[in-house]
Design a protein around this ligand. Structure first.
Ligand SMILES: [Mn+2]
Length: 447
């Protein structure tokens, strides 16, 4: 990655963010915003171990610094001031930043924790708000009552929806890193039968990530395990399986990628029917990507996904009834129970695209926005064989609508999900994932 491009785009990002934040401050009747980086959280109250720090995304929106106890002070007309404690600690040391492209956009003050706290306190007089998850840090500045106010948080969340060119570049790099891991697992699955744990560790190795650094816990599901949407309790022994679902990402400068691929191998009627289903989901996922454009309601795209999934169930021979009946009966929701996608950015399920609730039947949909320029989100349709969701349809009026023998056969394959990360532009959509991983699923050896 070209450091000078990253650096100039970051400077531009910060200048624009400064102006947006100043507008938020004016609207909220504030003079000063204090963004706290965070404090490591205790793993359990019964021990003295802590989770690795995940800095607050409102802090990371400005800079990718993973250090606890920092204050970033935002005021109108002034360069953001970073108060960065420097204290000798022989127990812990924070991660150094992955890159040094961002420093020139800040006035940086380093010193003892006590000295910087006194400075932060002096700057927090008047109309000041605090944003961060460490309320003791807010209390130390006498800002408990002005911490994380709902209207302010909503306004700041909205600033994170439209990504700057700098953020897009970070998301591209996060996709590039994850793509290396997906390629590795595709090849390993094609070449043999490895346990899920080993595949998970291979993804970490290929992407140079520790488990705690991944944007979310890798989902690595062989065979029937893919019917658990977030399968993270990896089997440690090798088990012959004909399908693999990998939902795993990487991060760069705090920005996340979130990618799912589904592979199928082997002969036989089951593998060939599941392969046909994967091909259908791949085709409809690509069609949905093509239909995401500025002005469209994301929820209508999710509704359209149900229509396309109904058609796919019929094409593969799983369903015998009409597509309309599959949707009206709730059968497509039993096969595809989650939302089509979610906003993506500094958090894997990013904020600002779900300001209103979805319709009741779309309970799990995390994006209800009208698609707008520079939004970044995932498109991730899936079809699963989840016994508990399908059981109510086995008897009763829809009993003959489904080929239950075929469903039972496909239960061994768990399910298919194909997920890409996209950035919407006025002139069209950029699929960040497909630029690096052209194939969404199918036979792992086809390259
Ligand atoms: Mn996702």
């Amino acid at each position: 990655m070209d450091r000078s491009t990253l650096s100039s785009l970051h400077a531009e990002h910060c200048r624009a963010l400064q102006l947006s934040c100043e507008a938020v401050l004016r609207a909220q009747g504030l003079d000063t915003l204090v963004l706290h980086s965070g404090t490591p959280q205790k793993r359990t109250s019964f021990d003295d171990q802590f989770w690795p720090l995940r800095p607050s995304p409102w802090f990371m929106h400005w800079l990718p610094l993973e250090e606890p106890g920092c204050h970033l002070i935002i005021r109108a007309g002034k360069l953001p001031l970073l108060l960065r404690p420097q204290e000798f600690d022989f127990w812990e040391a924070p991660h150094p930043p992955a890159s040094d492209h961002f420093w020139s956009s800040f006035e940086v003050r380093e010193g003892s924790r006590a000295a910087l706290l006194a400075e932060a306190r002096a700057l927090s007089g008047g109309r000041t708000a605090f944003v961060g998850d460490d309320l003791a840090a807010a209390e130390a500045l006498s800002l408990s009552a002005a911490a994380n106010g709902a209207a302010l948080m909503r306004a700041l969340d909205v600033l994170r929806v439209s990504k700057s060119a700098y953020e897009e570049l970070c998301l591209v790099e996060a996709n590039r890193r994850a793509a290396v891991g997906h390629e590795e697992l595709r090849a390993l699955f094609a070449g043999g039968d490895l346990p899920e744990l080993q595949l998970h560790l291979s993804f970490l190795r290929a992407t140079s990530q520790d488990d705690s650094e991944t944007p979310y816990k890798n989902i690595v599901a062989l065979g029937a395990h893919a019917a658990t949407l977030h399968h993270v309790s990896y089997e440690k022994r090798a088990q012959p399986a004909l399908s693999l679902l990998v939902d795993a990402g990487a991060s760069f400068a705090g920005y996340c990628s979130d990618i799912t691929r589904t592979w199928v191998k082997g002969g036989g009627a089951g593998a060939s029917a599941f392969g046909a289903l994967v091909a259908q989901v791949e085709a409809l996922q690509q069609r949905l990507c093509g239909e995401a454009r500025v002005g469209r309601e994301y929820e209508s795209l999710h509704d359209h996904a149900h229509e396309l999934i109904a058609d796919a169930l019929r094409a593969v021979g799983i369903a015998r009834c009409s597509s309309a009946e599959l949707i009206e009966s709730g059968l497509t929701r039993a096969f595809f129970p989650h939302g089509l996608g979610h906003s993506l950015g500094l958090t894997c399920h990013d904020v600002g695209c779900a300001l209103k609730a979805p319709r009741a039947e779309n309970a799990w949909l995390r994006n209800t926005s009208t698609i707008a320029d520079r939004q970044t989100f995932t498109i991730e349709p899936g079809v699963y064989f989840i016994d508990a969701l399908l059981a109510p349809f086995r008897a009763g009026q829809h009993a003959t609508a489904i080929d239950w023998a075929l469903c039972d056969e496909l239960t061994k394959f768990g399910g298919v999900r194909i997920e890409d990360d996209v950035v919407v532009g006025k002139s069209g959509l950029r699929n960040l994932t497909r630029e690096l991983l052209p194939q969404g699923g199918g036979a792992p050896g086809l390259r």
